[in-house]
Ligand binder design. Structure first.
Ligand code: SAM
Length: 203
């Protein structure tokens, strides 16, 4: 059973890497660009270090580096294969790619960003760890999706292939828990057809 789940996860990672070819599919391309731009627009200009959690093969980290060449950019993912590919693709760009589980990070960052990742985590545990790794005055900018026909289909696919549940989070619960963990927060819609939202948190 564990072997099957392990294999499934590996195949899912390959599927996730196919997002790199989003430009071939206008709707995927539009979703991706809108999410990236929404996050970039919210990054505080004074942040010196930015960590992308769940960077996959590194394309958004590379995009951030293109926009903010003078900042330290960290791409972090728990997948060995994804980080290996990210290092291969973006070597020499000054991005630090780390193969690490988010929950084991001890470093501090001025800004933490992530694209459609934190929906995989338990919200309370996520906020606790986020607080540990953000600098005083730090900011987190996270995108996530709510139920739509497409995201429901993806949830079924993820359950079959990886074996884990994606639990759609209630926006009210996200905001209420953010405040319970000492963050000020706000939520913004990014794209109605993808069901994507941006959550900004500040210590
Ligand atoms: C849905 S994919 C999103 C990848 C990328 N952000 C994108 O938009 O294409 C989720 C990513 O989060 C990574 N991930 C899952 N759990 C993680 C954890 N605990 N720590 C770090 N990365 C994690 C996975 O390996 C995967 O690359």
């Amino acid at each position: 059973m564990f072997i099957i789940r392990g294999l499934g996860r590996r195949y899912y990672e390959r599927f996730a890497m196919m997002r790199e070819y989003a430009f071939l599919f206008p709707i995927l391309f539009r979703w991706r660009k809108r999410v990236w731009k929404a996050i970039i627009d919210e990054i505080p200009r004074e942040a010196e270090s930015i960590a992308e959690i769940g960077c996959g093969v590194g394309s958004f980290s590379a995009y951030i580096k293109r926009k903010f060449g003078n900042k330290m950019i960290y791409g972090i993912d728990s997948s060995c294969g994804a980080i290996h590919k990210a290092k291969e693709r973006y070597s020499g760009r000054g991005i630090i790619f780390l193969r690490e589980n988010f929950f084991n990070l001890n470093e501090k960052f001025d800004c933490v960003v992530s694209v459609h990742v934190f929906i995989l985590f338990d919200v309370k545990e996520f906020y606790k760890q986020l607080k540990r790794i953000l600098s005083p005055d730090g900011t987190a900018i996270l995108s996530f999706t709510l139920p739509t026909p497409f995201t429901r289909l993806h949830r079924i696919f993820y359950k079959i292939v990886v074996g884990d549940d994606i639990v759609f989070k209630e926006p009210d619960f996200l905001l209420q828990q953010a405040s319970a963990h000492g963050f000020s927060s706000y939520l913004k819609k990014i794209d109605w057809s993808e069901g994507s939202f941006l959550l900004k948190l500040k210590i």
